[in-house]
Design a binder for this molecule. Sequence first.
Ligand SMILES: *[C@@H]1O[C@H](CO)[C@@H](O)[C@H](O)[C@H]1NC(C)=O
Length: 295
Amino acid sequence: MSSFLCFCIVVATALLATAQSPLPLLTALTSQCWHESPFSTVALECATNVHSELVRPIQTVWTSSERATTKPRQYGPWTHKPVCSKPLQSLGTRLCVYTNSTFHGGRGISIVTTPKLAEQFAELPCFKEPSALQGINTFSGAWSVQETPGKGLGLVAKKQLKFKDAITAYTPALVALLEDELSTLDREKLYRIAVHQLPEATRYAYMNLAYIYGQLSVRVQDIVKANTFQLQVGGVNHLSVFPETSRLNHACGPNAQYYLDPARLTHFVHAVRPIAPGEEITIACTYRQHTMRLY
Ligand SMILES: *[C@@H]1O[C@H](CO)[C@@H](O)[C@H](O)[C@H]1NC(C)=O
């Protein structure tokens, strides 16, 4: 009971140790990991009103001017009307939820960002050219999710993999601009709208990802904290969560390596050495490592 009254003052300050790399390339790539996000130091607030926050319909929270429309409108590449926060001083603008629920054959994508940056997202090849995402978000046949000793779920090679073999290539379910101005609960409302607007399968995949704190009232952010990668769009860092890829565990001497392609909003993982069938596939520097230190 008392855990509902006051919970989760956790400040995550630990930084990831620089992983040993089998390739010089990794040095550049690890900089895309989310080491030092202000978000990771945002304390989840003590909330005495957790239950009332949960039952309050999120749609009522946002300003009425954002809701009142007389006729259906087009929202560019977005299938839903953008829902926005109040203007944020640190951004000089609002933070809004942009969803395209038909993105890439119905996978969907939700992006929490500023209106200006949303325009930049809309210009990316992944929205403009259907061929840009060819071969992405398709199962490579290289892996399966399995229980791994001491690490919970992980990705395990289903077949012999060679150096450079493609393992995963996925677009994120949720992308969110990093800010530390919104209160945790206000941010949660925005992120919940983003996840809620995703197609069912993608929403389900997201909500089933690992989390850190276990507090239901901040679950969507909790999942972001546990699974985030950094994606730069328009020169601004965004947190991004790739459901399939999130099952990859961290290792200091990983057998696979990831990179992010901002133009396609895609997280790629390739083998960096031969991987035997049944061997766990690992990457360096995931947030998972960070997560485990918090316990
Ligand atoms: C959603 O994204 C797809 C690209 O996957 C695009 O073809 C489609 O036009 C977008 N939806 C809207 C409403 O613009």
